[in-house]
Design a protein. Structure first.
Length: 125
């Protein structure tokens, strides 16, 4: 088992099943514009951030994860209604690891771990 999969709480298939369940719950009487969907996503993201602040330091993150599931399903809905372009490049920025924003001089781009000496999640620098 790779390091990437041994630290997962649930499988990707389980995540997709949860998103699909949320997506089935959503109502689609009116197809919203991409802009309206983005506004809705921003509102749910703020909700998730507020829930996280309320439970900061708690091991119990379930309220936050409910919001994350809703956000993921809204993203699916946007792609269903407005299209989902195919990624044309496997890794358009090969020297940028997935955990930091430091570009070509990232010291851990090959390892893909959060141990970069410059590690700083986007928005927390």
């Amino acid at each position: 088992m790779s390091e990437r999969t041994e630290n997962l709480k649930v499988s990707r298939q389980t995540v997709y099943t949860m998103i699909d369940g949320e997506r089935a719950y959503q109502h689609d009487e009116v197809i919203m514009s991409v802009g309206d969907e983005l506004t809705l996503l921003a509102a749910y993201l703020r909700e998730a951030q507020d829930k996280f602040k309320e439970s900061f330091g708690d091991a119990h993150e379930e309220p936050v994860m409910h919001s994350v599931r809703k956000i993921a399903a809204i993203c699916v809905r946007v792609m269903e209604h407005h299209g989902a372009p195919v990624r044309t490049e496997k890794n358009p920025r090969p020297n940028l690891c997935e955990f930091c924003i430091h570009g070509d001089d990232c010291s851990i781009s090959a390892g893909r771990t959060a141990s970069c000496a410059k590690f700083s999640p986007i928005g927390r620098e």
